[in-house]
Design a protein around this ligand. Structure first.
Ligand SMILES: [Zn+2]
Length: 436
């Protein structure tokens, strides 16, 4: 068997750069049928836009001569098979988007798998285990208010009731109904069907655009992820007070909006204290409103709605933060004579990147002459669902101007190809041999 020394960094780099037209063509094909008249890109989860994304990936994978399969949840796999049975390395990300989002969030990671496989094959390498690009369904939780639907369905870690309880925010129809429309086998999933057995997965590696401006500000093309934050979320909290006349003295009021405002201010101070202490967390009140059927200039609001997403990189911090949040709710209930109905609670565990794969990526970067910094992920990613299932996980963030979840995402193809070069070098060094 030949050794990795027979492939040079320059060969890997050239083989990846030769995929430039394939990569730009893939992004153009994706955009061609998911551009939203309202602006940006919409690849709606278990809808027309996401279906288009998977059709583009299947066509590109077939054109590349890979084995293409689709699982019961509609995830797409493009597999480069090893000669014998063994484990699989998955390279993937999601193909859905938020409404009026950008073309790169998610799709870049699914494409990176195809690009790396094509480059390594062109170099005449032979995989020692299956290397598989995965296009994942339903990562954007805005549509069904639920995290990691596609990856958790594949791993059989999505709670079975989700198929009936999660409803798409725009259509009001259930996840199960939307999945059935997309040709998924919901009955099999309800019965516990598992497309991906963690024991058969050597690694899950996800390339993703950075969704914060850190890399742009630092002038660096990419970073290796240390961890994906865990979170707790209450998507639909109601504060119930008493509607009253605008002239009601303060002491007689049960003002639901003021209660919400005070809670948000307390949580923001809690965040500021953590930030000052160097402990990264993030708190977002994504919904924050009175009831527009009854609110008005001259009414004391008797009903207030909000959502909260609190994320952190440490389970202990997450637990402390939730205890603090709940304590504030109780105090404000007593002080302001309101009732706070928390509604459903969702959570996701912290996903730690595998120290072993991180070290291997650093070694590959050194071999290529690349500098590779590390950072905690600002956002949630499917990689965390794989980590939670016990699969060794790594992520590579690519510099991206203008943030994400908007039409102005701006990843440079050069940066994308630089990231693919690193992943391909890692694969070549760990999992492939020079063919005979
Ligand atoms: Zn994403």
């Amino acid at each position: 068997m030949a050794s990795k020394a027979q492939i040079t960094p320059a060969q890997i780099r050239d083989a990846i750069l030769a995929q430039r037209d394939f990569a730009t063509g893939f992004f153009a094909d994706l955009a061609a049928d998911s551009t939203d008249p309202a602006g940006g890109i919409t690849r709606d989860t278990y809808g027309r836009g996401e279906n288009h994304g998977h059709a583009v990936m299947r066509a590109a994978a077939r054109d590349s001569g890979l084995d293409v399969t689709v699982d019961a949840a509609g995830n797409t796999y493009a597999r480069w098979r090893a000669a014998g049975p063994g484990q699989t390395v998955l390279l993937g990300s999601h193909l859905d988007s938020v409404p009026s989002g950008g073309n790169f969030d998610g799709a870049a990671g699914a494409l990176a798998g195809l690009v790396c496989i094509r480059a390594l094959r062109a170099l005449g390498l032979v995989p020692r285990l299956d290397i598989c690009a995965m296009g994942i369904r339903a990562e954007e939780s805005v549509w069904f208010q639920t995290s990691y639907i596609g990856s958790r369905a594949a791993l059989a870690t999505l709670p079975a009731e989700t198929y009936d309880t999660a409803r798409r925010i725009d259509t009001g129809r259930t996840l199960g109904e939307h999945m059935a429309d997309c040709g998924c086998d919901v009955a099999a999933l309800r019965g516990g069907a598992r497309a991906l057995d963690p024991a058969t997965l050597a690694a899950f590696i996800e390339l993703h655009i950075e969704q914060a401006p850190s890399l742009v500000k630092l002038g660096r093309a990419m970073a290796s992820c240390t961890a994906v934050p865990g979170n707790f979320r209450y998507p639909d909290v109601r504060i119930i007070g008493e509607q009253g006349h605008v002239g009601t003295p303060r002491r007689f009021r049960r003002d639901a909006a003021m209660a919400g405002a005070e809670l948000a201010a307390r949580m923001d101070r809690f965040w500021a204290e953590h930030e000052a202490a160097g402990t990264p967390i993030a708190i977002t009140f994504g919904r924050f409103h009175t009831d527009d059927r009854i609110h008005g200039l001259t009414s004391v609001p008797g009903l207030f709605h909000f959502s909260i997403d609190l994320r952190a990189y440490d389970e202990e911090i997450l637990a402390q933060a939730e205890a603090f949040f709940l304590a504030q709710c109780s105090q404000i209930e007593a002080e302001r004579q309101v009732r706070i109905e928390l509604g459903p609670r969702k959570s996701a565990p912290v996903g730690h990147a595998s120290p072993e794969i991180r070290a291997q990526l650093q070694a590959a970067a050194g071999w290529l002459g690349q500098e590779l910094m590390t950072m905690g992920s600002p956002a949630s990613h499917d990689a965390a669902a794989f980590a939670a299932a016990g699969v060794p996980m790594a992520m590579l963030f690519i510099r991206n101007a203008n943030g994400s979840h908007n039409p102005d995402e701006a990843m440079e193809i050069d940066d994308f190809l630089e990231g693919c070069t690193l992943i391909a070098a890692h694969l070549a060094r760990q999992y492939a041999s020079v063919g005979t």
